[in-house]
Ligand binder design. Structure first.
Ligand SMILES: *Cc1c(COP(=O)(O)O)cnc(C)c1O
Length: 382
C-alpha cells in the first residue's frame, strides 16, 4: 500500500482539504455557557461548584471511590505516587515506551524508574516481564519489596494504558499483591477505556487521568487522581490543596502539601465535555474500525484493542512492515498536510534516564522502529 492512498483515505474520512491534525478538541455542547457562568459569578479559581460536579461526574463514570481534580495529569500522577508511599530513593517499575510525564512524576518524588518491556497484546507494561524481573532481582522483606542488586525498595509499579488500550490488569495486580508493591495506573490516555467491566485507573490503588488539549476530553489543562479507597481520596484532596486544615480563618497546614487544585473555570469545561464523552467514544470506535478495515489484508498492521478490553482508541496506530516504509509513511503524510507521528522516544534514550535499571526491552524497541500514529480526532464516519 502506498502513502498517497493512505492520505486519500484519511482526507475522505475527515472530508477536508485542509491540514489534518493528530487529535484536536471540539466544543459543541455546553462548554461556552458553563465557562461564562464561572466568569459571571467570579468563581474562576480553586473554589466553585464545577470542581465538585466534575469530580462527581468522573466518580460516577469510572466507578472510583473518590476522584480528586488537579491542574494537569502529571500533577495527578505525582499525587498518586505520593499517596502510594513512593519516597526518596525508591525504585518504581514502569515502561520505557511512554510519554515522559510518567517518569517525570516519579523522578520528582526522588524515585528512579526501572524499565520493563511492554506486551504485544496491549503495548502497555507486560505482566510476564514484570514477574520475570522481580523473580530474578527482588525479594520481599519486612520493609517491603527489595531490589537485591541495589538494596533499594521497589515501592510501586506504574503501567500506562498506551493509546487507550488497557493492559492485562488482573495479571499485574496479582503480581503486585504477591510482591507487596503498590499499583498506580497511568490512565492519562484511557478515559473511556474498560478492562473487562472495570474502568481503567480504578483497579490499582490509585490512577491518574489527563485532560490536556490532545486527550479524549479536555479542560484546557487538567487531571484527576482516582482513589480506590475513599479515605485515601480524602487525604489526596488534602495534600493537593496545600494540606490546609479546614478552619474559618486560621492557617494551619499539617504536612508539606501541593497546590495542585484544578481551577473552576477549567472544571466548567470538563463538566461540559463529560456530557459528550459517549458521543466521542462512539465516533472514535467507529473511526478505529474504519481504519482497521482499510488496512486489513495490507502489509500494515492496524493495532486493535485486546480481546478482554474495550478501548477508547485515543490514538490510532499502525505497525509498518519495516523501518523504511515507516519513514516513508511519516514523510509523505506530513508533507501532504496529514499529521502522523512516530511513538515517543523510549525513556532510556533520554539523557536523564539513560542510566536507569532496565530489563530486556526488545519489543518496545521493535515498536519504536515500526509504529506510526494516525489522525484520531472524533469524526462522523460516513
Ligand atoms: C498526557 C499524559 C500524561 C500527563 O498529562 P498532562 O496533563 O499533560 O500533564 C501522563 N502520562 C501519559 C502517558 C500521557 O499521555
Amino acid at each position: 500500500m502506498k502513502s498517497p492512498s493512505i492520505v486519500k483515505f484519511i482526507r475522505d474520512t475527515y472530508q477536508t482539504n485542509e491540514f489534518i491534525p493528530l487529535h484536536v478538541p471540539t466544543f459543541q455542547g455546553n462548554e461556552k455557557s458553563y465557562v461564562m457562568e464561572t466568569l459571571d459569578t467570579t468563581f474562576v479559581s480553586s473554589v466553585g461548584k464545577f470542581v465538585d460536579d466534575f469530580e462527581h461526574k468522573i466518580e460516577a463514570y469510572t466507578g472510583t471511590a473518590k476522584a480528586v481534580a488537579t491542574v494537569n495529569g502529571t500533577a495527578a500522577l505525582h499525587t498518586a505516587l505520593y499517596m502510594a508511599g513512593v519516597r526518596q530513593g525508591d525504585l518504581v517499575i514502569t515502561q520505557a515506551l511512554t510519554f515522559v510525564a510518567t517518569c517525570n512524576a516519579l523522578y520528582h518524588m526522588g524515585a528512579e524508574p526501572v524499565f520493563v518491556d511492554v506486551s504485544p497484546v496491549s503495548l502497555g507494561l507486560c505482566p510476564k516481564a514484570v514477574e520475570a524481573f522481580l523473580s530474578d532481582q527482588a525479594e520481599v522483606t519486612e520493609t517491603g519489596c527489595i531490589h537485591k542488586p541495589t538494596g533499594k525498595r521497589i515501592q510501586a509499579v506504574v503501567p500506562m494504558h498506551t493509546f487507550g488500550h488497557p493492559i492485562e490488569l488482573d495479571e499485574l495486580l496479582a503480581i503486585c499483591q504477591k510482591w507487596s508493591i503498590a499499583l498506580v495506573e497511568d490512565a492519562a490516555e484511557s478515559l473511556g477505556s474498560f478492562y473487562k467491566d472495570k474502568h481503567t485507573g480504578t483497579i490499582g490503588d490509585f490512577g491518574a487521568l489527563s485532560f490536556n488539549g490532545n486527550k479524549i476530553i479536555t479542560t484546557g489543562g487538567g487531571g484527576m487522581v482516582l482513589c480506590q479507597l475513599s479515605d485515601k481520596g480524602g487525604r489526596a484532596k488534602h495534600v493537593t490543596t496545600t494540606a490546609k486544615v479546614p478552619h474559618a480563618y486560621e492557617f494551619f497546614h499539617d504536612e508539606p502539601g501541593f497546590n495542585y487544585r484544578m481551577p473552576n473555570i477549567n472544571a466548567a469545561l470538563g463538566c461540559a465535555q463529560m456530557e459528550v464523552l459517549d458521543n466521542y467514544l462512539q465516533q472514535k470506535r467507529c473511526l478505529a474500525e474504519h481504519y482497521r478495515r482499510f488496512f486489513s489484508g495490507s502489509e500494515y498492521q492496524f493495532f486493535s484493542e485486546p480481546n478482554y478490553a474495550q478501548s477508547n482508541y485515543w490514538l490510532n496506530a499502525v505497525i509498518c512492515p519495516d523501518q523504511e516504509s515507516r519513514e516513508r509513511l511519516l514523510k509523505e503524510t506530513n508533507a501532504a498536510g496529514v499529521m502522523t507521528r512516530p511513538i515517543w522516544k523510549l525513556m532510556h534514550r533520554l539523557p536523564m534516564f539513560e542510566n536507569a535499571i532496565r530489563a530486556d526491552l526488545s519489543f518496545s524497541e521493535f515498536i519504536e522502529e515500526h509504529l506510526v500514529n494516525l489522525p484520531s480526532s472524533p469524526v462522523e464516519v460516513k
